[in-house]
Design a protein around this ligand. Structure first.
Ligand SMILES: [Zn+2]
Length: 336
């Protein structure tokens, strides 16, 4: 890659470099870490003492002054991590350069896969350092790079999977696997004010398990409203003990953000984080995207009347107005 004019003026990364970093196929927390690392503002002991005149500047592994350079390159502990890896050469070019200068250089000479691997390893080193400092835990040095790379490849393969799922748009509702249930979710934002949600849960035969509606007077941005619909489904899953559940929404952007395929605004990211945590607590939950045409019963439920700030749940028989849609989804034609 040609060095762009201006990139080295003042030896800082230009917008093009930053764009490249933001576009790397990395978990958002690693990108944020990279940004802090490049700016040399990670709270290492040395950085903290230099900035606040407080705390302890000693490296938790060897007692020398803990600068970023020390933590990621020079500490005996770090050297043992890098030693067996072929990434070492790439990283040791960072000697006598600032992180920013080093990053400029590597970005101009290496493919994004190599930069992704390197940043993930740096993030992992930081993670291990914190785990040692705060929890007293220590992993074998030689295992750290393989673990980091495995974690990265898992993240990247999950992403490919979900893109694949999103691309497989079918025009009909697809039942879940026999050992799972599927909840379709939708949100409705009413022009007169307020938000409604609908959830319908079915099994692999299309058999009805539960339908629920909920309404509040509050109004949210569409994506947040959809996210709260997913939270409603997770809440029902907890109450009715649905531990292996596919949750389907027709909001593709939200699914991509939940799967960390896309960066989200802080407000959305907070709700996403809540959903991820809650999904972990409830059990084996998968969040999937489906086309609007496959989500009609949930759409109808979301628009169904229900008193403000309350919910209504059907468990043995579906509400009458859904019968037609359920038959259609099961390919049985209309009951009438
Ligand atoms: Zn050290």
């Amino acid at each position: 890659m040609e060095r762009k004019p201006g990139c080295w003026s003042g030896r800082v990364l230009c917008a093009g470099h930053w764009n490249q970093i933001w576009q790397l196929n990395l978990p958002p927390k690693v990108r944020v870490f990279a940004w802090r690392w490049i700016h040399n503002i990670l709270p290492t002991g040395g950085n903290l003492v230099d900035r606040t005149r407080r705390g302890c500047e000693e490296c938790p592994f060897c007692g020398l002054k803990e600068t970023q350079y020390h933590t990621f390159l020079n500490c005996g502990w770090t050297r043992r991590i890098w030693k067996p890896s072929e990434l070492r050469g790439l990283f040791s070019r960072g000697e006598e350069r600032t992180c920013e200068e080093w990053c400029c250089e590597v970005q101009e000479s290496e493919k994004s896969e190599a930069i992704e691997a390197l940043l993930v390893v740096l993030w992992y080193i930081w993670h291990e350092r914190n785990n040692h400092l705060w929890n007293g835990k220590k992993r074998e040095e030689r295992d750290i790079i393989p673990h980091a790379l495995e974690w990265l490849s898992e993240f990247q393969s999950k992403q490919r999977q979900s893109t694949y799922l999103a691309n497989q748009r079918s025009l009909r509702w697809n039942p879940p696997n026999p050992d799972r249930l599927k909840a379709n979710v939708d949100a409705a934002i009413f022009r007169s004010g307020g938000t409604g949600w609908g959830v319908i849960v079915r099994d692999h035969n299309g058999g009805f398990r539960l339908a629920a509606v909920k309404r509040t007077r509050r109004k949210w941005a569409p994506e947040i409203a959809e996210a709260m619909g997913i939270m409603f489904a997770l809440d029902l899953a907890k109450r009715y003990d649905f531990t292996a559940l596919d949750v389907e929404t027709d909001c593709l952007l939200l699914v991509q953000k939940l799967l960390r395929e896309m960066r989200s605004a802080l407000e959305v990211e907070e709700v996403c984080e809540e959903i991820r945590d809650e999904a972990d607590r409830v059990g084996d939950i998968r969040i999937l995207f489906t086309g609007r045409e496959c989500n009609e019963p949930a759409h109808m439920l979301a628009h169904t009347f229900c008193p403000w700030d309350s919910e209504e749940i059907w468990v043995s028989d579906p509400p009458y107005f859904l019968a037609h849609h359920l038959c259609k989804d099961n390919n049985l034609g209309s009951p009438i």
